[in-house]
Design a protein around this ligand. Structure first.
Ligand code: MF3
Ligand code: CO
Ligand code: CO
Length: 269
């Protein structure tokens, strides 16, 4: 399957799904406090998406080949969990970091975004990892323009992450998105700037680096979904869905609560 090019109409529809996904994160942020469980956060987000926004939580029962249906409506990955953490009844505690990953379906179109939150007061080390991973995501976004190689995104992210002494998870990547949750291309968060296809106006994909404080290696928990760092070091992730414009990039998953692009990173709209 080639990389699909979205029409102006398609993109208008995706803007809606993407904004809704971002607004779920705005909604849930005040609840992310010591004492709440990730299952409770899942329930709150599920009800908000279904009852308030009138959209479908894409993760619920999502079953890519080789996977059991995903049992919850959001992913919640705590501390050394890298991604796809399955919400459970354990309470979050002060000092944890937790990534909440929201994917909505609205009128048949997907929007996918995640943020990593600090639970109460966290260590300087954890805050630095979270902030640096956010910067990595934006360093990748800043590469997006028609004519650029897809590989420029991963190269920029890897340089930023490894320059800070961190490592980039290799096994999971960003992805094309549209009528389907996961489409081509695969958007690597590492690699050579000249690799990969040339970006064209109308391509829509996610950029979602997973950055580990320790080594890059990961393992999968017996639940068949939750991914953790092999060395149990902290891991953070941020995700936006972006569209290649005539001149640069449009970030579709923005909302009032989304932290802005760091001022030293220049993004061309
Ligand atoms: N939202 C994740 C991503 O960014 C995918 C989660 S798949 C699920 O691609 F089934 F775990 F929800
Ligand atoms: Co994604
Ligand atoms: Co996601």
């Amino acid at each position: 399957m080639p990389i699909s090019i979205k029409t102006a109409e398609d993109i208008a529809a995706m803007r809606i799904a993407c904004r809704l996904a971002a607004e779920v994160l705005d909604y849930i942020e005040p609840f992310v406090k010591p004492g709440i469980s990730t299952a409770e956060l899942d329930r709150l987000c599920h009800d908000y998406m279904v009852d308030v926004q009138g959209c479908i939580p894409a993760p619920l029962n999502y079953a890519p080949p080789g996977y059991a249906p995903y049992p919850k409506s959001i992913c919640a990955s705590v501390n050394h969990q890298v991604c796809h953490g399955v919400p459970n009844d354990r309470a979050l505690k002060k000092g944890d970091i937790v990534n909440l990953d929201i994917t909505t379906i609205k009128n048949g179109w997907h929007g996918d975004t995640s943020r990593t939150f600090c639970v109460g007061e966290t260590s300087i080390l954890a805050r630095r990892l979270v902030a640096m991973t956010h910067e990595c995501m934006w360093a990748g976004i800043a590469q997006v323009r028609p004519g650029a190689h897809l590989g420029a995104i991963g190269a920029a992210i890897q340089k930023q992450a490894e320059g800070a002494g961190y490592s980039v998870v290799r096994e999971f990547c960003g992805h094309g998105i549209g009528r389907h949750f996961h489409e081509e291309p695969q958007v690597l968060h590492y690699g050579k700037g000249g690799d990969g296809p040339i970006l064209q106006t109308g391509m829509v994909f996610t950029i979602e680096p997973m950055i580990n404080a320790g080594k890059a290696a990961i393992s999968e928990l017996p639940d068949g979904w939750t991914i953790v760092t092999k060395d149990r070091s902290l891991s953070a992730q941020w995700e936006h869905t972006v569209c290649v414009t005539e001149t640069g990039v449009e970030v579709l998953t923005l909302s009032p609560g989304a932290p802005p692009c760091p001022p030293h990173i220049r993004v061309t709209p």
